[in-house]
Design a protein around this ligand. Structure first.
Ligand SMILES: [Ca+2]
Length: 751
């Protein structure tokens, strides 16, 4: 903990860059619906929003958000409320075993020893905004149900930090612990874990990169020696990361936080029942019903295989026909046909299936965010597994060994094409011969070209898109201004104008989703583990790519995303399983590839032993492979069964859970007195002292305004424009009617 304290010490003072954030904790981006009919409802919801925020102890200020929206700035109004919240959550951490020592009862001394970090403050503020009302929060769920007009709730970027961060990283070869700790302090452990994983993986890639280069020069492709070493490396990396993950969690003081679950607001319970052990009222949803819904994952996986697999197989077949059989006119153009088909259909189908995966996960109705996320990640992994690896599987295990039998069936294309030609003449074709370079070329495509394409779609495309949108918008505004002869931009107070335009900009950015980045890296690891025996230089390509990846992901967070909410995490979560699975599958595919493509024994394939598309060459190894596959199939079944069984709570575990719950409740009661009996409920005010009410907060704000009147710092002035929730509501309603009215006049002008 000494480490943690020293890290957080300097956070107590506000660094100069943060000053420009006007002490804002969170910004609520509130969209105003344009139809005048919805005005009353939007206004009512806005009033409820401000009231809900004020009730849990937030000071609020409202400003014009541009593009018919409002920006509601919030900050935890009093230091007392903040420290009480922090203290409460730290006690909870201790009860869950996340902290080894109980927080000191002497609060002043305690917060001197271990000050509140920025990430901690933001996390607690966010929980206070989003937690359900009966759990002491404001119950605001962005985009969901009653709060559908709340587009997002986001913290503001610390721009001076971001600038320094990007500058620092782009001039460094290697990221050390201090760099990761910085990420952790600013963006929370969840994001820090991603970068820690990326860094570990990058460091581990050095070995296969050097070894791969050597193998490529000396051993050639499909060397059994390379396969064995590569499989061993995968296992060592996986096991190393498992230990490293625990080590980091301990260092960061978050070991076990995954046990503290955040309830999902969308969870629907069947009934409320009394817990037999604790007597607590708990929300119940039948685990068997859930299991039945979880079983829908099987048809989902099958649908993915059929839809995506079907598309890939068709494009694959068309490609082989055009490039390897067809010899007629326009061949050079037709070669692009499968690529065009894939680029059109693949993203569309992937998006559709991802939506379906989201839907399925939602109806599985999980109680907690973590369980929901884990289940979603599982489905995403299945989807990406198929799209990423099936083309190579097809070539290696279908095209090469069975080509001689299957390719003649591609005459289907010839017959189809013949119907459309006027003469009905057969298409010019040649006898098929297997293309021995096909497999290698494919692997190079996925491990080099596709990585570059990924980089472009991840960083460059969104950047250009935003620039273009902005330019178009500027032109539109200019035209509108000329036409109407009036200034349509929001009228800001000059000293705030720059700040507000920056916030409006941040409100338009995407939310950062660390899942996307994990997916990219885990899938990449799969190529190395599964297929690098085909092309041993794979790791060299990844080494270069991942150096850039870490920097471009940092830029993605700093420039093109809203600042992430600093969630905690004690591991990379469900991706660990995916990693273990790929590392294991790698040993199977590598062995199969070596058996199939290299039977020379000395690592140098000879032309007569190399498979050439005729299955008659397959003999002994087929038997061996069947045995390996059968044995591994057994392992897969075992893992699936184990997971299913583990999901069904058994009575012993339930009892233990209930007893722990009772213990925590008792300690909390003793610590916080009678008024806060429920463990998770933590309204403002505690330790039996005076209760923090909205009136008291407003009074505090008024008093502060008297003392600074007109001479305060920009921050103080910012928060004093609207004194108390009622003024925020008043101004906000005014802004809403302005927007609705200007929309109406615009509509009339058009008519
Ligand atoms: Ca990335």
């Amino acid at each position: 903990m000494a480490d943690l304290a020293s890290l957080t010490k300097h956070e107590g003072k506000v660094p100069p860059g943060l000053k420009s954030n006007y002490d804002v904790d969170f910004v609520v981006h509130y969209k105003i619906p344009l139809p005048a009919t919805e005005r009353a409802e939007a206004e009512a919801a806005f009033i409820q929003l401000i009231q809900a925020l004020a009730d849990v102890g937030f000071a609020t200020e409202v400003r014009n958000g541009g593009k018919s929206s409002l920006l509601v700035f919030t900050k935890i109004a009093s230091n007392k409320l903040l420290t009480s919240q922090v203290y409460r959550y730290r006690v909870q951490d201790w009860l869950y075993g996340v902290r080894t020592a109980a927080p000191n009862q002497d609060l002043t001394k305690y917060f001197d020893d271990e000050p509140v970090t920025e990430a901690e403050r933001l996390r607690l503020a966010y929980l206070l905004i989003t937690k359900a009302k009966n759990e002491g929060g404001a119950g605001i769920t962005p985009k969901v149900g009653h709060w559908k007009h709340v587009a997002s709730v986001f913290p503001l970027h610390d721009h001076s930090f971001n600038r320094q961060w990007i500058k620092q990283w782009s001039t460094k070869y290697y990221l050390d612990d201090a760099d990761l700790n910085q990420i952790r302090d600013k963006f929370g452990e969840r994001v820090a874990f991603y970068f820690a994983f990326l860094q570990s993986y990058f460091a581990f890639l050095l070995f296969p990169a050097v070894f791969g280069l050597g193998a490529w020069l000396v051993l050639g492709q499909f060397s059994w020696f390379y396969a064995v070493v590569n499989s061993l490396w995968s296992v060592v990396f996986f096991e190393h990361w498992k230990t490293k993950e625990v080590d980091l969690a301990v260092q960061w003081g978050v070991r076990g936080v995954s046990k503290i679950q955040h309830p999902r607001p969308q969870f629907e319970f069947e009934r409320e029942a009394q817990d037999p052990v604790t007597g607590e009222i708990v929300k119940v949803y039948s685990p068997f019903k859930r299991l039945a819904r979880q079983l829908l994952q099987v048809p989902f996986a099958l649908a993915c295989v059929v839809v995506l697999g079907g598309l890939i197989v068709s494009c694959f077949a068309i490609e082989i026909f055009i490039t390897e059989v067809y010899t007629g006119p326009f061949k050079q153009y037709l070669t692009f046909l499968p690529t065009v088909l894939l680029t059109i259909f693949m993203p569309t189908l992937s998006t559709l299936l991802t939506k379906l995966a989201e839907r399925l996960t939602a109806i599985e109705n999980y109680e907690t965010q973590d369980a929901h996320q884990a289940s979603f990640v599982q489905k995403i992994f299945v989807l990406n597994f198929i799209t990423s690896y099936s083309p190579i599987f097809l070539t290696a295990f279908i095209y090469v060994p069975f080509g001689k039998i299957l390719v003649p069936y591609l005459d289907v294309f010839q017959l189809t094409a013949q119907k459309f030609t006027t003469e009905g003449k057969p298409l010019p074709t040649k006898d098929w011969e297997m293309n021995p370079d096909r497999l290698t070329k494919q692997v190079i495509y996925f491990t080099v070209t596709a990585q570059i394409v990924n980089f472009a779609t991840e960083v460059i495309v969104p950047y250009v898109k935003r620039k273009v949108f902005k330019a178009v918008e500027d032109v539109q505004t200019e035209i509108a201004e000329k036409k109407n002869g009036e200034d349509r931009g929001p009228k800001d107070v000059p000293e705030e104008a720059e700040f507000l335009s920056r916030v409006r900009n941040e409100a338009q950015l995407d939310e950062y989703d660390v899942t996307v980045d994990y997916r990219e890296m885990v899938i990449q690891f799969g190529y190395l583990s599964l297929f690098s025996v085909i092309w041993p230089l794979t790791a060299c390509s990844f080494l270069v790519n991942n150096w850039i990846e870490a920097r471009s992901d940092a830029m993605k967070i700093a420039i093109s995303s809203q600042r992430p909410i600093p969630w905690r995490a004690d591991s990379i979560g469900p991706w660990l399983n995916a990693l273990g699975f790929l590392s294991w599958l790698g040993s199977v595919t590598s062995a199969a590839l070596v058996f199939l493509f290299n039977r020379g024994g000395d690592g140098h394939e000879t032309s007569e032993s190399h498979p050439n598309g005729s299955p008659w060459n397959i003999s002994g190894w087929a038997l061996l492979l069947s045995i390996i596959f059968a044995e591994h199939l057994y392992l897969v079944v075992q893992i699936v069964v184990r997971n299913v069984v583990a999901k069904l709570d058994n009575p012993g575990l339930q009892k233990e859970k209930a007893e722990r719950f009772a213990m925590r409740k008792k300690v909390l009661e003793q610590t916080f007195g009678d008024q806060h009996v429920q463990e998770e409920s933590s309204g403002p005010g505690m330790t039996g002292g005076e209760k923090i009410t909205r009136e008291a907060l407003e009074e505090e704000a008024r008093e502060a305004s008297r003392s600074v009147s007109g001479t305060g710092s920009p921050e103080q002035m910012f928060w004093l424009r609207q004194r108390g929730a009622s003024e925020t509501i008043h101004i906000g309603r005014g802004l809403i009617s302005e927007v609705v009215a200007s929309n109406e006049t615009k509509a009339q002008k058009k008519v």
